[in-house]
Write a protein that binds this ligand. Structure first.
Ligand code: ZN
Length: 428
């Protein structure tokens, strides 16, 4: 038995020696260079990588590795490795050359679709989108008969506009709610939308249903049956709103900052939406379409398929920059929203999420408190309590976390919060 153990130890040591030694660095570098010198750049990459694994500071290895990357087909793994070399902690010729080449590659990849608002389309640091092979998305209407039939017709027309303007977006109808990827609900208009002479003129909103394994289960689009004055919406209002909301269901989770785009955020505002959505029929802008096309080229972090990956995807940080860059963009977007619409709770909820991602839990909690004072919507109240629970959970304050998780559960008994509660109890 003892002999056997020694043998095992011996083998492990040998492997370590072979892979993590100057000998291995040199051997693999020479092998890589012979491929490289023959112009077989892709074949050289794994040997450069083995050499760098043995010695990550080899100046020549690093430099020729970057050269080989830039001469290879820019598939996902090449983009990722080039980005990592560009942002490596070692400052040398290789990393500065990689920086320039990464910028050039980004430019090349988004050529023709560079006029977009992809920063705002991301959800915090997450890229949310469907697997392109999952189209047509199955759409389910609940309580169709609770609204005039033109509501349904206008919503279907909005779906058709997205399909007509892209070569991959398609929808089909289903009678089975369980299998639907898009669920469309019609809710009674809350009575508390008007206060102090100010009405929240909300027509619809869309929420992603994402489970704790980061799987996108469905998108839920909720329309109110009437406006706050208890009058029905016009066909144009339903169409314009649906066109915007379908952008969310496709994965554009934020808003454009350009009034020409259907995903322009301020269109969700009471006053401007009333004016804009009622005045003219809206259409998709080129920027909306380019944003969607780019979104569907980037590897998602949240999708309906687990670990969706392909060498043909784009590496998100190469396109969007580091996580912090993305969050700073988001922060600016939501601050603008809150400044323009200080009475909308959703702006503060979004702002709080970004602060939480940036590690500033005090600012996150302050914004959630403002949001709480502004909303009577149970969906928003649930999110506020749930997010508070998560913030306290992440700062290891399990008593507060459990308290808020229970408050969220009292509002809506959802899987998310039940999972969180069992996690807290395990760690407490
Ligand atoms: Zn929106």
């Amino acid at each position: 038995m003892r002999k056997f153990l020694l043998a095992v130890l011996f083998i492990v040591l040998c492997i370590a020696l072979v892979y993590k030694s100057p000998f291995s660095a040199m051997y693999n570098y020479n092998k890589a260079r012979s491929f490289y010198d023959r112009g077989e750049y892709e074949q050289s990459l794994p040997y450069f990588e083995k050499s760098l694994f043995a010695d990550n500071k080899g100046i020549l290895t690093r430099f020729f590795y970057v050269l080989a990357l830039t001469k290879s087909e820019p598939v996902y793994s090449v983009q990722k490795n080039l980005y990592n070399m560009a942002n490596s902690r070692i400052n040398d010729e290789a990393s500065s050359y990689a920086k320039a080449q990464a910028a050039a590659l980004r430019y090349r990849l988004i050529e023709g679709i560079s006029n977009n608002y992809i920063y705002n389309a991301a959800m915090g640091n997450d890229i949310v989108r469907w697997n392109i092979k999952s189209f047509p998305l199955k759409v389910y209407f609940e309580d169709k008969d609770s609204v005039p039939s033109f509501y349904i017709e206008q919503i279907e027309r909005a779906m058709q506009v997205w399909s007509d303007n892209t070569n991959f977006v398609k929808f089909s109808m289903t009678d089975n709610k369980q299998e639907a990827e898009v669920v469309i609900l019609f809710k009674k208009t809350p009575e508390n939308l008007c206060a102090n002479g100010y009405c929240k003129y909300v027509t619809a909103y869309t929420e992603p249903d994402i489970d704790k394994d980061k799987i996108l289960r469905r998108m839920v689009m909720t329309f109110y049956r009437t406006n706050p004055l208890n009058k029905g919406f016009t066909p144009k209002e339903i169409f314009n709103t649906a066109l915007h909301e379908f952008g969310h269901t496709l994965g554009i989770m934020g808003h454009s900052d350009n009034p020409g785009d259907i995903m322009f955020s301020l269109k969700e505002d009471p006053a401007s939406m009333f004016a804009l959505y009622s005045s003219a029929e809206q259409s998709l802008s080129l920027r909306d379409l380019k944003t969607l096309v780019l979104l569907y080229r980037i590897k998602p972090t949240i999708s309906n398929v687990k670990n969706l990956s392909s060498e043909s995807f784009y590496y998100a940080p190469l396109i969007l920059g580091s996580e912090n860059t993305v969050l700073i963009h988001k922060l600016a977007e939501y601050q603008k929203y809150v400044a323009a619409y200080p009475n909308m709770a959703s702006g503060y909820i979004n702002l709080a999420s970004v602060y939480a991602d940036l590690g500033d839990s005090n600012s996150a909690l302050q914004n959630l408190a403002v949001a709480e004072s502004l909303t009577n919507n149970t969906d928003e109240q649930y999110v506020i309590m749930y997010n508070r629970a998560v913030i306290y959970f992440n700062s290891q304050k399990y008593r507060e976390a459990l308290d808020y998780a229970n408050k969220a559960k009292a509002i809506k008994n959802e899987n998310n919060v039940n999972d969180l509660i069992s996690d807290i109890i395990k760690l407490q």
